[in-house]
Design a protein around this ligand. Structure first.
Ligand code: GTP
Ligand code: MG
Length: 197
């Protein structure tokens, strides 16, 4: 799929203030700093569309972008950001889980995983929760430019092995590098296949 336009629509923490749920929607989630906002910018080929930062906790709101005037891409705040207060975290959990569980046009959640790290409990728990709630998701391994191809292969095999302890099969997964500009075509093809289904 070719991206012909990508525009910011609205940011908020409330489900009922999100755009009317009349278009297909896809959202990016994962630990703070994993590269969600960077991946959105790489996908739409505009480095200034979603705000990125070297420091975790940059994205704090639900950000809607409209792509090709046809479907929504959503940048979500990260989880696992230790610096924030308990109260803030509880608030985050509430509005993010409302969004994930109640957003009727959300067709797939992309769970971003840092390809450099061994499987993290917080991500495994999060995906287990998605499974329990029946939320469709797939995995995006990020920052693969930081790994040699051997190491990348090793890490992905190890991740798969870990996932198979909980899941019957490895969820659909993608490998990307926003700085190296690799991997977006497969994600866009996947989105297109869902859009036209
Ligand atoms: P929060 O909004 O805080 O949850 O973070 P985020 O997941 O949106 O991460 P963001 O896109 O802001 O990127 C975090 C840091 O990782 C930035 O310094 C990016 O430049 C860097 N980064 C993101 N993607 C890549 C990548 O593919 N390769 C490399 N090497 N660095 C990346
Ligand atoms: Mg972000």
């Amino acid at each position: 799929m070719k991206i012909t336009s990508a525009e910011f629509v609205i940011s908020n923490t409330k489900l009922d203030l999100c755009p009317k749920p009349d278009k297909a929607e896809y959202a990016f989630i994962g630990r703070s700093n994993v590269g969600k906002s960077s991946l959105i910018n790489y996908i739409v080929n505009n480095k200034n569309l979603a705000k990125t930062s070297g420091r975790p906790g940059k994205t704090q709101l639900i950000n809607h972008f409209i792509i090709n005037e046809e479907w929504y891409l959503v940048d979500l705040p990260g989880y696992g950001y230790a610096q924030t207060s308990k109260k803030n975290r509880a608030k985050w959990e509430q509005f993010i889980s409302d969004y994930i569980l109640q957003r009727e046009n959300l067709l797939n959640l992309f769970v971003l995983i840092d390809s450099r790290l061994p499987a993290q409990k917080i991500d495994l728990d999060f995906m287990e929760w998605l499974g329990e709630k029946g939320v469709p998701f797939s995995i995006v391994f990020t920052k693969i430019d930081k790994l040699s191809s051997t190491q990348k292969h090793k890490n992905l095999m190890a991740y798969k092995k870990e996932m198979l302890k909980y899941w019957e099969e490895m969820p659909i997964n993608f490998s990307t590098s926003s700085s190296g500009k690799t991997g977006k075509e497969a994600i866009l093809n996947y989105i297109e296949s869902i859009n036209i289904a």
